[in-house]
Design a protein. Structure first.
Length: 432
């Protein structure tokens, strides 16, 4: 039987048009990270499973990880996320480098998920992490990077919102107010996480099964109905929890970011290592309800490597959900055609060498030049050049050969200009 031509389930073949689109995302990601002074890093595709077992959480380990035993009997995994890797790398060097450490990467990750809109088995994820920032300040910067990136694509507060919470607030509610044990708290965490994804009846049923007292139910329902930072401050009044928050909110307001933020008590995130702020970025478009980006603060993750942890805050933003977001809001240019500066054609065998020589010289002047490989009839030149996204066309006919010149056509304005082949600088200037 013939083999299937399809890629492995949940992965994509990046044909040039799709790859141009992905490169466009990557360029903006890298550009934005550099604007904030983040340095690029990368790590291996494989890590020991124990790295994720330590703090990434049940779902990732039990359901999503691709793992195998290697020939040396090590249990290894294809990376499902970058945070454990970056933590491992930072743990190696943080004593020797100046802090804060600001790093970014765009890495492909594999998770065994049911492929659906916004979820694949392989995706690329932009990660930005800052280590060693004062409490609250790394959070401000990471959110600013996320907003700047989406602004860079032309999106604003009409298109997306950042919903945030803090794990300490959840723990405070469960431990101090509800006074429930760890086992119930774990179950309630899952209920909070599901709260906006299931119907009211299903939510009530899950809560019933926990056997909370009327008073506990009341507190829990008060918690779930918190809807703004104002509500939250009242709820926390008199406690010592998340004391950085008022200042954080003031700062975000002064910097003009408050319209992007929303307090959301149901944001808890599935990964175990978060210890403080957690956030997710959502598209406001009703057709695209998945989170584009998630992240938060992880004060203790580096403790799995040694005794002196360094606190980190970071974000992960996926290419699949970002593409869906940009598409639904019409924020993407067309990737149908490649882009080239010049399409060099020749109509006769004699004109081939002068044409290829011109192409060679222009490439050494950093112009992207595509040439025909055999003589091309005049009427075929422009359609061919258009398919290649050329800004200009160079035509070498008999007349031009005689004059030692070349005829250029500007594909946009349709203007034609004849220039001498002996003055390359002038040609370069014209094409640039
Ligand atoms: P995460 O929430 O698991 O966080 O993933 C972050 C983003 O990656 C999601 O919001 C989504 O856009 C995208 N993503 C995740 N899984 C898939 C998938 N199967 N298919 C398509 N896109 C996906 C993390 O991974 C954290 N390590 C982020 C982080 C960095 N926290 C601190 N620093």
């Amino acid at each position: 039987m013939a083999l299937s031509k399809r890629p492995y389930k949940g992965t994509r073949d990046f044909f040039p048009e799709l790859k141009r689109g992905q490169d466009f995302l990557f360029q903006k990601m890298s550009q934005t990270a550099h604007l904030f002074g983040y340095e690029p890093y990368d790590g291996p595709l494989l890590e020991e499973v124990d790295l994720y077992r330590a703090k990434s959480g049940e779902e990732l380990i039990n359901d999503q990880i691709y793992s195998f035993i290697d020939r040396g009997e090590r249990h290894v995994a294809i990376r499902p996320e970058m945070t454990p890797t970056v933590a491992r790398m930072v743990a190696q060097i943080h004593r020797e480098v100046t802090r804060p450490i600001r790093w970014f990467t765009i890495a492909n990750l594999m998770r065994y998920e049911r492929p659906q809109k916004g979820r694949l088995r392989e995706h690329w994820q932009f990660n930005c992490d800052i280590f060693g920032a004062p409490e609250g300040q790394g959070e401000v910067e990471i959110l600013q990077v996320a907003i700047a990136l989406l602004n860079n694509f032309g999106a604003n507060e009409k298109h997306f919102e950042i919903r945030l919470n803090d794990r300490k607030i959840v723990d405070y509610t469960f431990n101090q107010l509800l006074k429930i044990d760890d086992e119930k708290a774990l179950k309630l965490y899952k209920i909070v996480d599901r709260a906006t994804k299931v119907s009211k009846e299903a939510l009530d049923k899950m809560i019933d099964e926990l056997g909370l007292s009327d008073e506990q139910r009341k507190i829990f329902s008060d918690y779930l109905s918190l809807n703004s930072f104002g509500d939250l401050m009242q709820f926390l009044a008199g406690s010592e929890v998340a004391t950085y928050l008022p200042k954080f909110v003031d700062q975000m307001e002064e910097l003009g970011y408050l319209p992007y933020l929303k307090y959301d008590p149901t944001i808890v995130r599935g990964l175990d290592y978060y210890t403080g702020m957690v956030f997710e970025i959502f598209d406001k478009h009703p057709e695209n309800r998945r989170a584009l980006c998630g992240g938060g603060a992880f004060a203790d993750l580096l403790k799995i490597f040694d005794e002196t942890p360094l606190a980190g805050v970071g974000l992960g933003l996926g290419d699949v959900t970002l593409m869906d977001f940009l598409k639904v809001h019409n924020l993407l240019p067309s990737f149908e055609r490649p882009s080239n500066d010049l399409f060099v054609s020749f109509q006769t065998e004699e004109a081939k060498i002068p044409a290829l020589k011109l192409a060679k010289e222009l490439r050494s002047n950093n112009l992207n030049v595509i040439t025909t490989l055999e003589p091309l009839k005049f009427k075929k030149i422009f359609p061919a050049a258009e398919k290649k996204g050329a800004r200009f066309v160079a035509i070498f006919g008999d007349k031009e050969l005689e004059n030692n010149s070349v005829q250029f056509k500007n594909m946009q304005t349709k203007e034609q200009t004849e220039l001498s082949l002996s003055d390359i600088d002038k040609i370069v200037e014209y094409l640039k």
